[in-house]
Design a protein around this ligand. Structure first.
Ligand code: LMR
Length: 407
């Protein structure tokens, strides 16, 4: 008889709170199903777009017929230069002074993970504080890296805004060195962003308390454009303290499956930057050795060429504007369906998501009775709405919110 192995008692892991929703959606045979779970932009036909700028860049890359050698451990040099100017700005003092260390990563999640592993090696006693609520994977990712993860107040369901006094008081009590994860723009899941004055107040506390900011910039371009959406990152990078920034091109280039992102560490000087880069290369080498070529080559090709770059900016503005028009339409349809309730806050939120206020029972009903999929927290992806599914979604939302029985 074979002795039972270490796998014999392995427990079944729970489904991922976001990607698990996509799995359930894919298994649903209802032709009218709608996936408002994962943060993916689909166009007015409900299709994932292949951006024209991306297709043109790929055509160019195809004519080159390049062989695929290993990239340097830190990634494609011309991609890294473009990331730095897009995120930190052409005139960034830190860029000019050689204080930015950027490494290519497997999407924004990969950037967070490299940063988490790096911090765990060199800042191991720190706690990680994330917003309440935050992107579901933040807690899991930093815990998996070995950190104790706590949260600071962020969203206030009463006002549909930021509980800013709660946030500030909490950060004022954070132990020195605490790693504070901040959403640079398009807060995920709430869609509620900080004002310039609020960023300023946070920056002051960060300096006073000696905190380490880790900014997550997964949605650059989805609020007010690529420059303004990076304002918080640029503002923090003026400080004389270490800053980490994870950014992603999954959404802004519609390149989800290419896993193309980056981690940047803002250092004190060029010499520190060299040491940081050498250690980040160790983190990468012991993880996946070096990154893939294709996605980074596409992004670099688009951003290096003024025409392709402008085309991309126009396409990004198109996605941003369509999401905003869906927000407005959703608010106006809901006003008709539920005249006693005010959903005006949805129009004020930024980025792909809305914290709808649906509770778990309502989210479950939405799924069971209407094949409409949302995240259990009530987060819905506005970027998945279109003129063809909006009425159906509103009708289902209205029934679920009013507590009426299904169709
Ligand atoms: C989301 O929040 O839905 C996206 O960032 C996708 C993901 O990886 O969770």
């Amino acid at each position: 008889m074979i002795a039972s192995s270490f796998l014999a008692c392995l427990p079944l892991a729970p489904k991922d709170p976001i990607l698990g929703v996509t799995e359930a959606f894919q298994a649903d045979s209802n032709p009218h199903k709608v996936n408002l779970g994962v943060g993916v932009y689909t166009d007015e036909q409900g299709k994932l777009p292949l951006l024209r700028s991306v297709a043109l860049a790929e055509d160019r890359l195809n004519t080159l017929k390049s062989a695929r050698g290993y990239l340097p451990i830190e990634g494609l040099g011309r991609y890294i230069r473009q990331v730095q100017t897009l995120v930190f700005g052409e005139n960034s003092p830190a860029l000019r002074e050689g204080r930015l260390v950027t490494v290519q990563s497997l999407g924004g999640t990969g950037g967070l993970k490299l940063g988490a592993d790096f911090l765990r090696w060199f800042h191991p006693a720190a706690e990680v504080w994330i917003s309440d609520p935050s992107w579901e994977n933040h807690r899991a990712l930093f815990e998996a890296a070995g950190f104790t993860v706590k949260s600071y107040p962020y969203y206030d369901p009463e006002t549909h805004g930021v509980n800013f006094s709660g946030l500030l008081h909490s950060l004022e009590k954070a132990p020195r060195g605490t790693i504070v994860v901040l959403h640079a723009c398009c807060h995920n899941p709430s869609g509620v962003d900080l004002s310039a004055a609020q960023w300023q107040a946070i920056r002051t506390v960060v300096v006073e308390r000696g905190l380490t900011p880790f900014l997550d910039l997964a949605y650059q371009g989805f609020s007010r454009g690529t420059e303004m959406d990076a304002a918080s990152v640029r503002y923090f990078s003026e400080l004389d303290i270490p800053i980490l920034v994870a950014n992603s091109f999954s959404k802004s280039f519609s390149l989800y499956g290419e896993r193309v992102g980056a981690l940047t560490v803002v250092c004190a000087d060029r010499e520190e930057a060299q040491r940081v880069q050498s250690q980040l290369k160790r983190v990468i080498r012991t993880n996946y050795s070096n990154p893939p070529t294709h996605g980074a080559s596409i992004v670099a090709t688009v951003l290096e060429d003024s025409n392709l770059r402008q085309l991309w900016q126009d396409e990004l503005a198109g996605m941003r504007n369509r999401i905003q028009s869906m927000r407005l339409a959703l608010v106006s349809y809901l006003r008709e369906a539920l005249p006693d309730q005010d959903f005006g806050f949805v129009a004020e939120q930024q980025g792909m998501f809305s914290f709808s206020g649906l509770n778990l029972a309502q989210v479950r009903r939405l799924r069971q009775d209407f094949s409409i999929y949302a995240v259990d927290t009530g987060r819905i992806c506005i970027a998945a709405l279109n003129e063809h599914n909006l009425e159906r979604v509103v009708e289902a939302l209205a029934r679920v919110i009013a507590g009426a029985s299904g169709i």
